[in-house]
Design a protein. Sequence first.
Length: 267
Amino acid sequence: MSWDRQITIKTPQELELMRRAGEINAEALQAAADAAVPGASTMDLNEAAESVLKKYGVKSPFIGVMGAYPYPASTNVSINEELVHGIPSKRRKLAEGDIVSIDCGTIFEGFVADSAITVPVGEVSEQVKKLLEVTEQALYVGIEQMVVGNRVGDISAAIQRFVEDNGFCVVREYTGHGVGRSMHEGPAVPNYGQPGRGMLLRPGMTIALEPMVLIDSPETRVLADQWTVVSRNGLPTAHFEHTVAVTEQGPRILTQLKDGRNPKRKV
Ligand code: MG
Ligand code: MG
């Protein structure tokens, strides 16, 4: 990876811009979550998120990200076994019992926020409920480690231990990442690792932490569209993400709603 060595330290003013970006991003995720009803298409969720970005006159950094070809949408919308990078489509519809991950980014005054949630569509099985809870909690277990003086490995190891202690697996091929003027900066923050290893955390670092959790096996593959990542065993997967700043006062989540809540499916 070319981006993983480029670390940028943000000033308090820059963190404030990232927080504004994050607030808009959370509102976009909430709009997409509200649209996640049986029969809705993954494009409907993308459009719900985009309408929030449009309202604030901002864009998503996802558009045009280079892979095999430029990424064509503002969000990733990934259903069930789709772990990340699902491309929104009018033909792909949600059904009762599905889970859907929505990942969105916002650029506000040159700074990027990146966050994701996975929400149930109606009633889901007990195992899937647990998958969602464990993945979301793993994000906060990781955030707790984002304190000055800790190392990247402390975050990674805490996420891995929590997920594996709960009987699930963490992805190997995809990582969290630094974020700032670019969506992907250093350091890469894997969801597995060893405590005390890796880069030292310093005030002003901002990291998009994103546990990606699978059932029975961590193996993934990429579909023929060359973007969508799925579990190799076809079992459901979950993904939660926040953009978080390391500060002298402790970790500060930058991607919450104006009232300090996390975007969530209202039931
Ligand atoms: Mg993301
Ligand atoms: Mg990310």
